[in-house]
Design a binder for this molecule. Structure first.
Ligand SMILES: Nc1ncnc2c1ncn2[C@@H]1O[C@H](COP(=O)(O)OP(=O)(O)OP(=O)(O)O)[C@@H](O)[C@H]1O
Ligand SMILES: [Mg+2]
Length: 246
């Protein structure tokens, strides 16, 4: 098995009188789409944010490409190859799709990325590659705010992938999408996994089953179970949590 690109070990997070994460281990590996599921409030976003650096864990370590980054701020993790998208979109509505990706590349780009694509032509090629990857090349000149809801979320993914991250963290990237848009998103992400390791939080279990190679289930801030989607679908412990919830 490939070495982890991003690894959380023994992560604990406490908020005044409340424990959001109680010793979570999770390893994201290259070539895999890793699903993170669990009921509302089980700690999924907190774990993602701890890995990205916007939440400081009270205990445990985060390792990125072999280096301990537990105390590094988000932008320094981004420079080391981490990319994250949030439920709240970060696109600039008044700019074209093209300029949004260009901006993301310039703002978030690691030094190696900027050196490689430091010329105007290099940047242009990276923007075009990223737009093409998410079926948005024909919309390059369109104002981002005028794109459909689904297209805006794909633009967000194109922006996140523009810097050629080693690992991409996605928090509910299909929120509000139609069934057809979800299907397309699944295909786009399945292709993206050739270039980056992916950790994805999703409520849609069918989506997770189709896309993911491995799934971790969180429950009340702890890992309840982990394995292939087939294994998770047959896990008695997981079934119990989801049945009591429904
Ligand atoms: N800043 C905070 N202060 C206090 N409590 C918090 C804070 N952030 C998260 N929590 C609590 O920690 C728990 C886990 O929250 P988290 O957002 O990680 O859950 P989640 O699994 O992402 O849920 P959802 O599926 O609803 O997105 C929740 O009970 C939440 O209320
Ligand atoms: Mg969440």
């Amino acid at each position: 098995m490939a070495a982890p690109v991003l690894e959380a070990r023994g992560i604990e997070k406490h908020y005044a009188g409340f424990t959001a994460l109680r010793g979570v281990d999770l390893a994201v590996r290259f070539g895999m789409v890793h699903g993170l599921i669990g009921p509302n409030g089980s700690g999924k976003s907190t774990l993602l944010n701890a890995m990205a650096g916007s939440v400081l864990p009270d205990r445990g370590t985060i390792t990125l490409a072999g280096a301990d980054v537990t105390r590094l701020p988000p932008h320094q993790r981004v420079r080391r190859g981490l990319s994250i998208t949030f439920q709240v979109t970060s696109i600039v509505a008044g700019l074209s799709a093209y300029d949004n990706v260009l901006l993301a590349l310039q703002a978030r780009g690691s030094w190696p990325t900027l050196m490689r694509s430091g010329t105007r032509r290099g940047l242009h090629e990276d923007v075009v590659r990223s737009l093409r990857q998410f079926n948005l090349l024909h919309q390059a000149d369109s104002i981002a705010g005028g794109l459909s809801h689904g297209e805006q979320q794909w633009l967000e993914l194109a922006m996140a992938m523009a810097t050629r991250p080693r690992v991409l963290l996605l928090d509910e990237p299909t929120g509000g999408m139609s069934i057809e848009e979800r299907r397309i998103t699944g295909q786009l992400l399945a292709r993206a996994k050739e270039h980056t390791a992916i950790l994805i939080v999703e409520h849609d279990l069918d989506f997770i089953r189709t896309l993911c190679d491995v799934v971790t289930v969180l429950h009340e801030g702890a890992v309840l179970d982990e394995g292939t989607p087939e294994y998770i679908a047959s896990s008695e412990a997981v079934r119990r949590v989801y049945v009591t919830r429904a």
